[in-house]
Unconditional design. Structure first.
Length: 757
């Protein structure tokens, strides 16, 4: 067992809720965020955006804007020499030179001495457009007469996939029961508090320094070098504190970064750009919308035999990460249970709407809404308790799922039982609705780049006896730095506060895939553990050499065989003097176990897997359909919990976001234009809307994660939509199959039921 030594037990105990120093800078209002950045001589950039969902740019006149006092540069697409780029599909330009494809598309940019002058200059840019036919519906976009948004994608299908596992035809032929339904999910915005901001600084040698808070700075760095056609060695990313990310800042807003860099290169001065809240909604990268048709085959005893899904996702005008999100949406929920046969068809379709990207959990929560609702529909028809049918079919340790996921540690059955017991499943209140939902999520995804599946870390002993830890894994509020300090502290048997963590400068921090796929704790944390253990060995060796005796490390000091005590500072100075200024340093490189991943995407996609089960209790006003969410119990298997305070905080926040997604949020459009582009119109839950939340940790000891730990951050949101949908159905007798679950939709069900009675 990884977690059985006294040092591990002490540092991972529930009483040890260490928080990094950065937390206190935030609490005291001293943290420097991207929107706070100021550099000498800095200019301010603004973007002119398309007012049309689809149009050809016939002519742009910028002379009046260039003549305006205080304006230093104006850029249009015709000024650029770069080629189309993208995360998955190369279909986007920083500024569109010929054709705009959504309301908000980037047309021109201005750099001026302040934002006011930049905004005034935008009004002086004259653009002559020729409007083109636009499509806003994925079905209409696929019609033969629909104009392609991108000529290389006739039919407007940006990405498609069909997969078959097992024998679905036989499964449905032999089934005692087949249940089916259709589900609709709109676009969602992560609604982080801080809009995306950056400052680009051009260097005399042609390089670029970009100051921005982004979850995957090394990937952004590579893309900047590629698009700007400058050597990677001359691109540097420095990260301020991030005001929330939730997946929406994995790559941030690449067009914003590129435009700020181009303006800085043109002027020779730093250029700051930041999205307004409205721009976040109209030109950000919200979660993909989805239309799902699903059916399941079961035996009369509740055994799952097969599942079929027909999935259409709305790409918007450009692809960003939508192909990856669509793939996760299509298959992740299939591995929660033993389902021997699967048939799935996916189409990602271009429309003249805001381009889409990713959100916390990468689409897993969207599919959960459909999958878990369908399970309860089946349980109702079979007259089987929803808890019983889940326990009967849920995946167990040592199994391989239908998609090839190798399940090592797994506490899913325990999560289901604990959530049900805590919510009072056996003694449910009358006139209340109760719902269950279960989930799996990759903990340490390795498929973003199969050639770089792991992570590395570096830790050094400073001359004062404390430690500096360098990692490429970003902390944007989820507690990564605190957890890494605790993991490293175990090796030296000292307080985590003596370990300072640095992660926000690509010049000095190790390369990382970034904060995505729940890689932080599992992969990044394992690299930290290995680095600390290597440094421990070096310290012991140097101490033994210094005092010429065998030594051991205990209580944050070195003790020799004769009883002499030596602190870390003495050893650091000794090594420093003996090596002409070198520092005792340990480097850790964690390479996950080799995993196969074939052309059909069958294989083990992650180091390990986290599990969760949520139980919800709701009440419906029979007169209005108003929904009150009283309570959500969130039971999670995230391995051994490193920091209980941070982990509980993740659950509180993730469940609150899940409630927002399920009951309040969603983009509204009017002819392709976002109709609710502010937080006054795009409703997220307030403190009064968040229910009572009970976190439960069903700990397992994972063989791969650091000291048995697994990831938690993304999976927290996944079971919420399914649990709430099932609780509402339990209360009113029918399912709301279109998110968000609003009073209007519930009232419609109540009205139909009342008419039937």
């Amino acid at each position: 067992m990884q977690s059985e030594t006294p040092a591990v037990r002490e540092l991972l105990s529930t009483e040890k809720n260490y928080q990094s120093a950065e937390v206190w800078t935030k609490v005291m209002g001293k943290a420097i965020y991207g929107i706070d950045l100021r550099l000498p001589g800095m200019l301010y950039g603004k973007i002119l955006r398309s007012p049309y969902p689809h149009a050809r740019i016939k002519k742009i006149k910028t002379s009046a804007a260039l003549k305006m006092p205080g304006v230093r540069a104006v850029l249009t697409g015709s000024d650029l020499s770069c080629s189309p780029y993208g995360i998955v599909i190369n279909d986007e330009m920083p500024l569109e030179p010929e054709r705009v494809r959504y309301v908000g598309d980037e047309v021109a940019a201005v750099a001026a001495v302040d934002y006011k002058k930049a905004e005034e200059a935008l009004k002086l840019i004259h653009v002559e457009y020729e409007t083109l036919p636009a499509v806003f519906d994925t079905g209409e976009a696929q019609l033969p007469e629909a104009q392609p948004l991108h000529e290389e994608f006739p039919g407007n299908v940006a990405w498609r996939r069909e997969l078959v596992r097992g024998d679905p035809e036989s499964a449905f032929r032999k089934a005692d029961l087949i249940v089916e339904s259709s589900f609709s999910i709109p676009q969602f915005h992560p609604a982080y508090l801080e809009p995306i901001a950056c400052v680009a600084v051009s260097e005399p040698d042609g390089g670029i320094i970009l100051h921005t808070a982004v979850q995957s700075p090394d990937i952004v760095r590579e893309l900047l070098a590629q698009v700007l056609k400058i050597p990677l060695s001359r691109v540097r990313i420095i990260g301020p504190v991030m005001g929330g990310g939730f997946g929406g800042k994995v790559y941030g807003n690449l067009n914003l970064y590129l435009i700020s860099a181009l303006l800085s290169m043109q002027t020779g001065l730093p250029v700051k750009m930041q999205l307004t809240r409205e721009e976040e909604f109209t030109a950000g990268r919200p979660m993909v919308a989805a239309e799902i048709k699903m059916r399941m085959a079961l035996n009369n005893d509740g055994t799952f035999l097969g599942r079929e899904m027909d999935l259409v996702t709305d790409n918007g005008a450009y692809s960003a990460q939508a192909p990856w999100v669509s793939n996760t949406l299509a298959e992740r929920n299939d591995s929660v249970y033993r389902i021997p046969a699967i048939k799935t068809k996916v189409r990602l379709v271009y429309t003249n709407k805001v381009p889409t990207g990713q959100y916390r959990a990468y689409g897993n929560q969207v599919a959960n809404f459909a999958c878990e609702s369908l399970i309860d529909m089946a349980a109702k028809k079979l007259n089987i308790d929803p808890l019983e049918i889940r326990l009967k079919n849920c995946v167990r340790p040592g199994e391989t799922t239908v998609h090839g996921l190798q399940i090592k540690s797994c506490g899913l059955a325990g999560c289901l039982a604990a959530a049900a017991e805590e919510i009072g499943w056996a003694n449910r209140k009358k006139n209340h609705g109760y719902g269950l939902s279960a989930a799996i999520h990759a903990s340490g995804s390795v498929v973003f780049d199969l050639n770089l599946r792991g992570a590395s870390a570096r830790i050094s002993l400073e001359l004062d006896g404390d430690f500096s830890l360098f990692t490429g894994e970003q902390d944007y509020g989820q507690g990564t730095h605190a957890a890494f300090s605790q993991i490293a502290a175990i090796a030296f048997d000292l307080e985590p506060a003596r370990i300072s963590v640095y992660s926000r400068d690509s010049l000095v921090t190790p390369y990382s895939m970034g904060a995505l796929g729940m890689r932080q704790a599992t992969i990044g944390g394992k690299a930290v553990q290995l680095a600390a253990e290597k440094l421990r060995e070096k310290i012991v060796r140097a101490a033994s050499e210094m005092i010429n005796e065998p030594v051991i490390m205990e209580n944050g000091r070195i003790r020799s065989a004769s009883g002499r005590l030596v602190d870390f500072a003495e050893i650091a100075h000794y090594y420093h003097s003996q090596t002409s200024g070198l520092t005792l340093t340990g480097e850790g490189c964690y390479v996950p176990p080799e995993s196969s991943y074939d052309d059909t995407k069958y294989g083990n996609i992650a180091v390990t897997y986290s599990f969760a089960a949520h139980a919800a209790e709701v009440e419906i006003d029979p007169e209005t359909g108003a929904l009150t969410v009283h309570r959500i119990v969130a039971a999670h298997d995230s391995g051994k919990v490193i920091n209980h305070l941070s982990a509980s905080g993740q659950i509180y926040g993730g469940v609150a976001q899940g409630v927002g997604m399920s009951c309040f949020e969603g983009y509204l459009f009017n002819e392709g234009k976002v109709a609710n582009p502010t937080l006054a119109d795009y409703k997220i839950p307030t403190a009064l809307d968040v229910p009572d939340i009970t976190p439960l940790f069903i700990e397992t000891d994972d063989p791969e994660g650091p000291y048995g730990a697994k990831g938690l951050g993304e999976i927290v949101q996944v079971p919420v939509p399914g649990a709430l949908a099932n609780a509402v159905a339990d209360a009113v007798g029918e399912w709301v199959t279109e998110m968000p679950i609003t009073a209007e939709k519930i009232f419609r069900i109540l009205s139909i039921r009342g008419e039937a009675e």
